[in-house]
Design a protein around this ligand. Structure first.
Ligand SMILES: [Zn+2]
Length: 147
């Protein structure tokens, strides 16, 4: 890690460090002002930041991470449950007590972190859904006539 800082590049990194993205996401911090205003519910984004007014709704995070998270968490927990069952042969109710709440917690927390991380990255990269303001027709035509 240290050799990244000795590469002679400017101090301002063009890509945010993954650790700071994950920290902001895990804490639900607004990517612009750092206030913990990102979520209004367990996994629902607030409409805007209550402190700086950043419009969270303009980011198109969606539910993209949900399918991957469900598959990954399901795989991890299924393997863990099988290993646990083979090792200790517990009665069924022990499985219910352990795995049902653990699954719910992991899915909710995983979704928060994944969706939060996507929003932080989208904000830092200034990524939005393309709209009419992203098109410059006059300049576009001029470029085409030159070539
Ligand atoms: Zn803010």
């Amino acid at each position: 890690m240290n050799n990244l800082h000795d590469s002679g590049l400017p101090d301002e990194p063009p890509v945010p460090a993954a650790s700071s993205v994950m920290k902001s996401a895990a804490l639900g911090e607004c990517p612009r002002c750092g206030a913990r205003t990102m979520f209004s519910g367990l996994v629902n984004f607030a409409d805007t930041c209550g402190k700086c007014g950043l419009d969270y709704a303009s980011f198109n995070v969606g539910d993209g991470p949900a399918a991957f998270l469900t598959l990954a968490i399901g795989t991890v927990l299924a393997v863990a449950a099988i290993v646990f069952d083979q090792a200790f042969h517990p009665p069924f109710w022990v499985h219910a007590i352990i795995w049902v709440p653990l699954t719910a917690i992991m899915v909710v927390y995983g979704l928060r972190v994944a969706k939060g991380a996507l929003m932080v990255v989208e904000f830092r990269r200034d990524a939005r859904e393309a709209g009419s303001r992203d098109v410059e027709p006059a300049r576009h035509e001029a470029d085409e006539s030159e070539s």
